[in-house]
Design a binder for this molecule. Structure first.
Ligand code: FEO
Ligand code: CA
Ligand code: CA
Length: 633
């Protein structure tokens, strides 16, 4: 998501960077009083060999992957032995109008914006002189491809349902003009947002969308339901009495062990605006609502998005949630799970913790906002057997990172006197979770994006950047104020994800990769920890200049055991690389290119042929190893 609309967090809670500085100073002291270099200090962090990669890079021989078709017990061994051995994409290849991939790999175009949800339906091919109608777009894959997940059918290695988020598309990109002129224009924009669920199948070596009664589009006007503690609250009802509709700015995602998809509503505030006089409440201000929004202009033709229309008061409270979708049942009503709180939700990483509890880690992507964790009341299987959703009853926490490398999860509960002094009930705490986090002294982070949990219990979170972080104590070990390139942190919770404390560490400061051609990156965003110890890192934003080359956004793979990082894929100019999911055999990966060329056909026509004049389209691609091996090896 390219919108980065400032910071609404004026709470004054201690920032993550303050704490890093203190903590590093402390570690430096503990190390014997001698100041360590940045590399030396960070390499010394417990169990983190990442910064040893500088030395490794000088002597590394890039060799081809030797994983061939192995089977049985050999697979596990081979997967570990060959964590990342692919030839990296060079900086010279990681620029320009077209994507590049490691020479051990290949990619195919699968699902661009405008693909029929079911073959035989309408189609949009990027012709700049025509656009789909809103009715057609409601039957087409949307724009702004972001988080997604593959749900296997059969053994899943050649067939499944793919749920794809459609985060955003500018009016210029979707409508071909800066602002809507009619309700039809607004509906076209709205129908390009939301989620697509399509069935895909591999035949004769090629994946394609196939006919399916499970396929569907969910967009801004699709009926939805609320569930959990805020359902039924006056905070979610409007004077107009309109039924809840739609999901918007669907950023990243999660998936549940019971087979459903979680889509996360991020910058919903940008779609609201005020047609007439309007004064923001403190709660609206904290969620970034404004008279102009991001300039979509929906409020001028659709009263639901007009903050100044008293009939639709509270409509904005219906957005900013995690939404559960059944990818196997097109008739299911998407459900907004209010127990997970109302934020600018980036993703929802669900792991099964101690006692079989469903634990969901979530970032709130804005400068100086927070990281959250939800823990279900009980064992997820038992709750479902009782007809209860594990995502309806449980506790929501916000993270506080302490100076000494420990952290605390602070419960957002109305039974805390600090919160009962400010909020009427638990529904209000959850609807205004950001303000509850402010009141409890949560740690203000550098834009928490994706969170991914590895099977060994390590949890990684991208902190994409924060240009508004002021310069503080500057030294070699702690240079990130401002923080233009971002970093990745990791933590391990106590008590197998359900405890109230955690230990945290820095995984990588992006700027420290910039001297290494194969690994230089900035603005980490998408993230996936695979079962073998690889961490896939996708970027969205400013990339470094390496050897005189301005890098495009990209995907890299880190070996979390050695700290080595290699670039596996580079997107087109002007795109974001986001969304990552694989088949059960780990041999097919699906990845999205969002807004190639920022929608400008003079930058790139991808996925249409260069020189075709076609509008570049957001697209899902398929990545495989040429030898059929494990992705990332
Ligand atoms: Fe939608 Fe924070 O990226
Ligand atoms: Ca981003
Ligand atoms: Ca993102």
């Amino acid at each position: 998501m390219i919108h980065d609309n400032g910071s609404s967090n004026k709470s004054g809670n201690r920032s993550f960077e303050d704490i890093l500085q203190v903590r590093m100073s402390r570690r430096t002291t503990l190390a014997g009083g001698a100041a360590l270099s940045a590399t030396g200090f960070l390499a010394a962090l417990a169990g983190n060999k990442l910064f040893a990669q500088g030395a490794e890079a000088a002597t590394s021989q890039v060799v081809g992957d030797s994983v061939s078709q192995v089977s049985g017990d050999a697979i596990a061994q081979a997967r570990v032995r060959n964590l990342i051995k692919f030839p990296p994409v060079s900086p010279a290849d990681a620029t320009g109008p077209l994507p590049s991939i490691s020479s051990d790999y290949k990619f195919d175009v699968l699902i661009p914006w405008g693909t029929p949800i079911r073959p035989g339906g309408p189609e949009y091919d990027g012709d700049p002189n025509t656009r789909p109608t809103s009715a057609q777009q409601a039957r087409l894959v949307g724009i702004g491809h972001d988080g997604m997940w593959f749900f296997p059918i059969g053994n899943g290695n050649d067939q499944g349902m793919l749920a794809i988020n459609h985060e955003f598309g500018t009016n210029e990109h979707v409508l071909g003009k800066a602002a809507p002129d009619s309700l039809e224009d607004v509906r076209l924009s709205q129908h390009a947002h939301g989620v697509s669920v399509v069935e895909i199948k591999k035949s004769r070596g090629k994946w394609q969308v196939v006919g399916s009664n499970k396929a569907r589009r969910i967009h801004v006007n699709t009926p939805v339901a609320f569930s959990g503690p805020v359902a039924g609250s006056a905070l979610l009802s409007t004077p107009a009495g309109n039924a809840p509709l739609g999901t918007v700015n669907n950023c990243a995602n999660g998936k549940t062990p019971w087979g459903t998809y979680l889509t996360c509503e991020e910058n919903f505030n940008g779609y609201f605006g005020a047609k007439g006089p309007w004064t923001s409440t403190p709660e609206q201000a904290r969620y970034g609502l404004s008279a102009t929004g991001f300039g979509y202009g929906w409020q001028n033709f659709d009263d639901r998005f007009d903050l100044s229309n008293p009939n639709y008061a509270n409509e904005e409270n219906r957005f900013g949630w995690v939404v559960e979708i059944d990818p196997m049942d097109a008739s299911q009503t998407p459900v907004k799970r209010t127990a997970l709180g109302r934020l600018k939700h980036e993703n929802a990483e669900l792991v099964v913790g101690r006692g079989g509890r469903a634990v969901v880690y979530m970032g709130d992507d804005e400068r100086f906002d927070y990281i959250y964790k939800f823990v279900s009341e009980g064992n997820w299987r038992a709750m479902r057997a009782q007809g209860r959703s594990p995502l309806n009853q449980g506790k929501l926490y916000v993270a506080k990172f302490n100076d000494d490398g420990t952290g605390n999860w602070l419960e957002l509960t109305i039974s805390n006197p600090v919160l009962s002094a400010k909020f009427a009930d638990q529904a209000e705490v959850l609807t205004y979770a950001r303000l509850a986090g402010d009141a409890l002294g949560a740690t203000r982070m550098d834009r928490p994006e994706w969170i991914s949990a590895a099977p060994n219990g390590d949890v990684y979170c991208t902190l994409t950047n924060n240009t508004r972080r002021t310069a503080q104590t500057t030294n070699a070990s702690n240079p990130q104020g401002p923080n233009p390139f971002g970093h990745i942190i990791k933590w391990k919770d106590s008590n197998n994800h359900v405890g109230l404390t955690f230990d945290w560490d820095i995984f990588v400061l992006a700027k420290d990769t910039h001297a290494i051609a194969k690994s230089a990156f900035g603005s980490p965003d998408g993230l996936w920890a695979d079962p073998d110890g690889r961490l896939f890192i996708q970027t969205d934003g400013t990339q470094p200049v390496v050897n005189g080359v301005q890098l495009n956004d990209q995907m890299l793979v880190a070996d979390t055991k050695t700290g080595e990082i290699r670039r596996i894929f580079s997107g087109t100019a002007g795109c974001e690389v986001t969304g990552v999911t694989v088949t059960p055999d780990y041999r097919t990966m699906f990845v999205n290119l969002q807004h190639p060329g920022d929608g400008d056909p003079t930058v790139t026509n991808f996925p249409a042929a260069q020189g075709s004049g076609k509008v570049p389209r957001d697209v899902t691609i398929v990545i495989t190893r040429k030898d059929g091996g494990i992705i990332g090896s």
